[in-house]
Write a protein of this length. Structure first.
Length: 77
């Protein structure tokens, strides 16, 4: 299957989207323990990336949206 952008006549093959991530192993082949480690790594990588850009990590805590900053501050949004 291919995706064609008619405005630029660019053809992107579906295969180009597969295997481009950081995963070392297919998610569906992982054990429960490997999935938990992967989730923790994703969380830490996301936090690190946002803080490097000077942005807070936004998430829900006890049904309240909060912003966590690199310096440890957590404020309600």
């Amino acid at each position: 299957m291919t995706i064609k952008n008619f405005s630029m006549d660019l053809i992107i093959k579906e295969e180009d989207f597969i295997g481009k991530g950081r995963m070392k192993k297919n998610f569906f082949d992982m054990t429960d323990e490997e999935k938990e480690v992967w989730r923790q790594e994703i969380t830490e990588n996301t936090r690190r990336t946002l803080f490097a850009k000077g942005q807070p990590l936004i998430y829900s805590k006890a049904s309240v949206m909060v912003a966590e900053y690199e310096d440890g501050r957590v404020i309600n949004v």
